[in-house]
Write a protein that binds this ligand. Structure first.
Ligand SMILES: Cc1ncc(COP(=O)(O)O)c(C=O)c1O
Length: 422
């Protein structure tokens, strides 16, 4: 494979990858556990577990104290900010840590809402997770109008013509997902951000589902905000927000008086989860190490991360092709979202299916008994399950591949699902 710099990169060394994740060695009812639940949260490499426990063992303190453990805590947080800045391609002072994406989004929506009122509009989509809908809908109580962008039901993609109609000079913000956590669609966020800016609106990107599958470049996207959650890309349970420096400085957060006014800390309230922040650096280092293994000439951490994602995307694509080929051959199975292999670069390896005569819960339970971890329900993509009229019947069965899955796991999964389906 050739990188953007025309360097050959090696394929993923799956033995090495899997050896990093102790959880993958588990079994259920004497069957090896197969983790197809990544969209709900991925497993973590040993180094993330070590970083969290080492922090608690050696560095545990609050910030800004005049003694060793507190100084080390400050430096650990600074290190994690700089790791996430490389991950997102921004500056460390544009990286805000929080408990999760949902809490960070409510914080930003409340602050943006201070400046909005009747006549102002926010554009959302039916494809999004509710965490990128309800925090904005909450501003309706200030008189803000919400406009919802339609989807094409046949392939679960955004209706870009409708989006172009909904965004007008009254629009103050467009909030959209980078990729759907339910059906895997990757949205053309670059185009959406450009459209928002043409109308003087801000663009808020939910990259939670995209982050384990593709590289993020907030500078190239030119988004105003972008949020992700480290527990979806091999790190601890935390959320991370990128905000353009000008917005983080200008917008007014709700915060305690003693909290600094400097960015990014004015957006971080109370004491953060320091041990998990230590784990975030370790998770970025895992990905960078993976990148250096596939491209030993990657000279910076950012270059190593890009190499890692190039190899991840290639591996996930192969697994996804195998999985979709097998799924569509199962009698009575309906796959939601893009199914044409020529368009697979527009989707993540996250597959929503239903099987005639079986509820998603029944399928997930029977798969779970055999060691296959999948999800059933709406995964909070409530607008989508309602729009597709599956909410009343248990939503979908979601099969989510991550780069640590193997072709052999996919083949065994297909055999099990075929048996359960009949
Ligand atoms: C696409 C998407 N957005 C937002 C969220 C919410 O993330 P968090 O759990 O960090 O609040 C999720 C969680 O599943 C998600 O998949």
């Amino acid at each position: 494979m050739l990188t953007a710099q025309n360097e050959t990169i090696n394929a993923l060394d799956l033995t090495w990858v899997r050896s990093q994740f102790p959880a993958l060695a588990q079994s259920v009812n004497e069957q090896p556990a197969v983790f197809l639940d990544g969209p709900g949260g991925t497993q973590v490499p040993q180094r993330v577990i070590d970083a969290i426990s080492d922090y608690l063992k050696l560095d545990n303190a609050n910030t800004a104290g005049a003694y060793a453990t507190s100084r080390r805590t400050d430096s650990i947080i600074a290190g994690a900010r700089s790791a996430m800045a490389d991950f997102l391609n921004c500056d460390p002072d544009e990286v805000v840590f929080g408990p999760n994406m949902t809490a960070l989004t409510f914080a930003i929506s409340r602050s943006i809402g201070r400046e909005l009122g009747p006549g102002d509009e926010i554009v959302l989509t039916h494809l999004d997770h509710d965490a990128n809908i309800s925090p904005w809908r909450a501003l309706e109580e200030r008189g803000v109008t919400i406009r919802m962008v339609e989807i094409h039901e046949d392939d679960c993609t955004l209706d870009m013509n409708d989006l172009a109609r909904e965004v007008t000079d009254r629009t103050k913000l467009v909030a959209v997902g980078y990729a759907s956590n339910a059906v895997g669609t990757i949205n053309d966020v670059r185009k959406i951000i450009r459209l928002a800016h043409e109308h003087g609106a801000m663009a808020y990107i939910d990259a939670v589902h995209y982050a384990p599958h593709g590289p993020i470049d907030v500078r190239a996207l030119d988004c105003d905000f972008l949020v992700c959650s480290t527990y979806k890309f091999f790190g601890p349970h935390m959320g991370v927000l990128y905000g353009k420096r000008e917005h983080l400085k200008r917008l007014e957060p709700y915060k305690v008086r003693a909290n600094t006014n400097a960015i990014p800390n004015r957006w971080e309230w109370g004491t953060l989860n320091h041990e998990c922040i230590a784990g975030i650096t370790a998770c970025v280092h895992y990905l960078a190490d993976l990148g250096r293994r596939v491209n030993p000439s990657a000279s910076t951490r950012r270059a190593a991360l890009l190499a890692a994602y190039e190899a991840i995307q290639k591996h996930e694509r192969e697994l996804m092709e195998l999985l979709i080929r097998g799924l569509v051959a199962i009698p009575g199975l309906k796959l939601y979202g893009i199914s044409d292999p020529k368009r697979f670069d527009q989707r993540c390896p996250t597959l929503a299916v239903r099987i005639k005569g079986r509820t998603p819960l029944e399928l997930a339970t029977r798969l779970g008994e055999r060691g296959f971890f999948t999800w059933d329900g709406n995964y909070y993509a409530l607008n989508l399950t309602e729009r597709l009229d599956v909410e009343k019947d248990g939503g979908f069965l979601r099969i989510g591949l991550a780069h640590y899955n193997t072709a052999e796991e996919v083949e065994r999964f297909l055999v099990a699902l075929r048996e359960i389906a009949v």
